[in-house]
Design a protein around this ligand. Structure first.
Ligand SMILES: CSC[C@@H](O)[C@@H](O)C(=O)COP(=O)(O)O
Length: 356
């Protein structure tokens, strides 16, 4: 695949998560669109809290932030012996792992660093620390490369016209560019994206607050709609394709993504609209057979009882699943950094992982 564009030709945004000499720096996604602020985290606790409170969110961004959390531990720990260091390392690993359960990139990134550390147990403490920082940086850099590839693959298969997206799988949700964000940006560059429909994505409004902000910032023509308008817009023939991100894709192609994705997928089928998910291999969990096995995070009732900081409902009971699972039968294809996977997903995903 020829990569026509470089990241800096596709977005004006900086990286969302970076690591610099003992500090994890990230764009605080809770403040957008009111304020663009880069915060600096200096402890593992702060990184874990930032993931839980969604100052950093989006599957690949969470993975990179967690890996950088381990780098932060490695560079700031006062442990003198290797045993002490390893105890602290496992404590940091556990703390970061117990933040959010659904996006598999978190576990993928943490386990990648942990495996490397365990393979190098006999090395000197300084060497192990260096390896951790280097690996975390590699995870972040590879995410940007994967997004760039997905952007080019996706733009080749999406029809020209109007595209609808849900939640934020843009640059903010990754290290840079986005998964869906990269596809949209390449399409925009090529002139094949006429209009982007952005679902506001209640309850946390990642569509309204983050997608609308970042795509508008990059000059992509868009219209914001509330979630309950999507079906009508499809019925009116104003949507040519739907692309969403993923938090975990399993072996049969079922996938978890932001709550509301399943509704869109069913509506897309009814209206004959192609429906794609876009995700790097780090989002694919081949250890789970079907979507029924994906742990779904439930978040606080406050997210539903309030909107933009204002209370909008009486203090009643609430059910707040942060994600839903879309069965693979609704998917047209999965755009990955190794190419586009079509049905039968079970066979073709297996083949994707066998390919070197
Ligand atoms: C490239 S991000 C893909 C997904 O992580 C995204 O669509 C999503 O569901 C994010 O959920 P969030 O709860 O905002 O972390």
């Amino acid at each position: 695949m020829e990569l026509k564009y470089k990241p800096e030709e596709l977005t004006r945004l900086p990286r969302s998560v970076i690591y610099e000499s003992g500090k994890v720096k990230l764009i605080d996604q809770r403040l957008l669109p009111r304020e663009f602020k880069v915060i600096e985290l200096t402890t593992v606790d702060e990184v874990a809290r930032a993931i839980v409170t969604m100052q950093v969110r989006g599957a690949p961004a969470i993975g990179a932030a967690a890996a950088f959390g381990l780098a932060l531990y490695a560079e700031t720990t006062k442990a003198k012996t290797k045993d002490e260091f390893m105890d602290g390392f496992y404590a940091a690993y556990d703390k970061l792992k117990n933040t959010r359960p659904t996006a598999v990139n978190l576990f993928w990134a943490l386990n990648r660093v942990k495996k490397l550390v365990e393979e190098h147990r006999e090395d000197s403490l300084d060497e192990i620390k260096h390896l951790i920082v280097e690996e975390a940086q590699k995870i972040a850099d590879e995410d940007v490369e994967a997004n760039l590839r997905m952007g080019h693959y996706g733009a080749e298969v999406l029809p020209e016209g109007n595209v609808l997206t849900h939640c934020n799988a843009g640059s903010l949700a990754t290290v840079h560019l986005g998964t869906v964000g990269a596809v949209l940006r390449v399409m925009h560059k090529e002139g094949t994206l006429k209009l982007l429909w952005v679902d506001e994505t209640r309850p946390v409004l990642q569509g309204a607050r983050l997608s609308a902000w970042e795509y508008h910032y990059d000059g992509i023509p868009l219209k914001l709609i509330s979630d309950n308008m999507a079906g009508f817009v499809m019925q009116q023939g104003k949507v040519d394709a739907i692309i969403v991100g993923a938090d975990r894709i399993v072996a049969n192609g079922d996938f978890a993504n932001k709550i509301g994705t399943y509704t869109l997928a069913v509506l897309a089928k009814e209206h004959g609209i192609p429906f794609f998910t876009v995700a790097p291999l780090s989002t694919i969990d081949m250890s789970l057979k079907s979507g029924k096995e994906i742990p779904i995070e439930e978040r606080s009732k406050e997210e539903v009882l309030t909107c933009g900081g204002c209370r909008i409902a009486p203090d009643v009971d609430v059910y707040n699943p942060a994600f839903d699972v879309t069965p693979h039968k609704y998917l047209t294809g999965i755009i990955t950094d190794r190419g586009v996977v079509y049905p039968p997903f079970e066979r073709n995903l297996k083949r994707l992982f066998k390919r070197e």
